[in-house]
Design a protein around this ligand. Structure first.
Ligand SMILES: [Zn+2]
Length: 489
């Protein structure tokens, strides 16, 4: 019996090991057994696949020095993490969104938008440590039950260009990656991030500071949205699930101090601020800039006048214009042409050869164009939609205007056509107008305060509040004479 059992034992072990790889695995960060559906190799493959998708939609911020700096800090943290066998990759994205997120397998992203709100290297390490924590604790990509973006922001037209898949990415971007993972996972990422801070010599309290700064930014954004009577586009939810004074957060940060190494290091505020000097703030020419009622895209070489009184959302993959009652929307997308074809052929194919209610060829400011009205699947349901495609170089621009109620088409079609008809090649004067705002550094002189300094900034509104926010002194702090602070000019 004993002999027999031993054989059985030998046969069974490999099977258990195999199932452990695919089913219940020991979580590297927590030491507990988790139900994980994928192996590490599968996880890395998934990360690689999504990374390519992310880079189709976001541009890498063109500042090699800043990229190297961020990677350097990230790699130091990754080395002391629970999965130091993984290759972590850190990317600064050219996006004004205030966000940081992680893909499975060690791909970590941080936007220049969030960097503007941080005030030291230690705070940057806090954000990176938090994201590394999501990877080490294997908070895998989860599907979001309810989209974080309101339905009007979801794709309003069904595309059949075959050149790229919009739905795939919107699922990723609309899901937990950008919205956070829920309270318990966020707390766990904070705990791990604080531990990695301690292990690299940064004070774990920086985690609390960074959450405070980002929380203030969100509170401000929400208050503004409410005052302006619009919905907030909570693209990011990172750090937003718990307040900075959360008792459990304070407990895990305090516990992280046990990992503090002997060699403590300063927060390196000055080094960090120098790195941020002249970094683009808010909109960038690579994504298009809205100024004086115009949408300007110097990189694509195009411009058009936005419909007056409508709100514009410049998203990574499209521009959305929404009227005040929120019952009409115009969407602009750009598609790389794969072959020589006419605007008519392109549009018919892109829409799956529909039977148009009306259609005609157009010339728009010297560019070949084609327009049609047809019924389409939109976020309002199956609705009349005005399409105008305009060819410029090797790209097709596609305007799609639709309404909540088909009867409204009569009054709104004029606005749809007028907006598309304003499309033109960007002029020299418009290129000049499309210069981005940049972060500059300023040494505070005696007698200066945020109110007086705000007047020197290029913020479009709420100057003093915005200035306090990016300098971590919201709502009522004042800078000390001699201190270096950030301005936006
Ligand atoms: Zn998180």
């Amino acid at each position: 019996m004993r002999y027999y059992q031993a054989i059985l034992f030998f046969i069974i072990i490999p099977a258990i090991v195999m199932s452990a790889l695919h089913g219940c695995a020991v979580n590297p960060a927590t030491g507990r057994r988790d139900f994980v559906l994928m192996s590490e190799n599968q996880e890395i493959e998934l990360g690689k696949k999504y990374h390519a998708e992310i880079l189709k939609q976001y541009k890498i911020y063109n500042n090699p020095e800043l990229q190297t700096y961020v990677s350097g800090i990230g790699e130091e943290l990754a080395k002391v993490s629970h999965r130091n066998n993984l290759i972590f990759r850190f990317t600064v994205l050219d996006s004004p969104q205030v966000n940081a997120f992680a893909l499975p397998g060690g791909y970590i992203y941080i936007t220049r938008g969030i960097l503007a709100y941080l005030n030291s290297e230690a705070e940057l390490a806090g954000v990176l440590g938090h994201e590394i924590g999501h990877v080490t604790a294997r908070h895998s990509v989860r599907q979001h039950s309810a989209g974080t973006m309101s339905s009007i922001f979801s794709t309003i037209i069904a595309f059949k260009t075959g050149s790229r898949s919009y739905s795939d990415l919107s699922q990723i971007l609309g899901g937990s990656l950008l919205a956070g993972y829920g309270r318990s996972h966020e707390l766990e990422a904070d705990r791990l991030g604080a531990e990695y801070l301690a292990r690299t010599g940064y004070a774990p309290d920086n985690m609390i500071d960074v959450i405070g700064v980002l929380k203030n930014q969100e509170v401000f954004a929400k208050a503004r949205a409410k005052a302006e009577g619009r919905e907030i586009n909570t693209y990011h939810g990172v750090f937003a699930t718990h307040p900075a004074n959360d008792k459990r957060l304070r407990e895990v940060i305090a516990a992280a101090k046990n990992y503090q190494t002997a060699a403590q290091r300063p927060d390196n505020r000055d080094t960090y601020l120098q790195m941020l000097n002249s970094v683009i703030y808010d909109q960038s020419p690579t994504q298009g800039i809205i100024r004086q009622g115009l949408f300007l895209h110097p990189d694509l070489g195009i411009a058009f006048k936005l419909p007056q009184g409508w709100r514009t959302q410049n998203l990574p993959d499209r521009v959305l214009m929404i009227n005040q009652p929120r019952d009409a929307v115009i969407q602009l997308t750009v598609i790389d042409l794969n072959k020589r074809e006419s605007p008519k052929e392109f549009l018919s194919q892109a829409l799956g050869n529909p039977t148009p209610i009306s259609s005609r060829a157009l010339q728009i400011n010297g560019l070949d164009a084609y327009s049609m009205i047809t019924e389409s699947n939109t976020s309002f349901g199956k609705r009349l939609t005005r399409y105008v495609t305009i060819f410029n170089g090797n790209r097709a621009y596609l305007f799609a205007g639709t309404v909540k109620d088909n009867a409204m088409m009569q009054t709104l079609d004029d606005t749809f056509l007028k907006t598309a008809s304003g499309f033109h090649r960007i002029t020299a004067a418009e290129k000049e107008l499309a210069k981005p705002y940049r972060i500059t550094l300023h040494t505070v002189k005696r007698g200066e305060n945020y109110a007086s300094l705000a007047a020197k900034t290029a913020f479009p509104d709420y100057r003093e509040q915005r200035l306090r926010l990016i300098n971590g002194q919201y709502p009522a702090g004042e800078p000390k004479p001699g201190a270096t602070i950030k301005l936006v000019q």
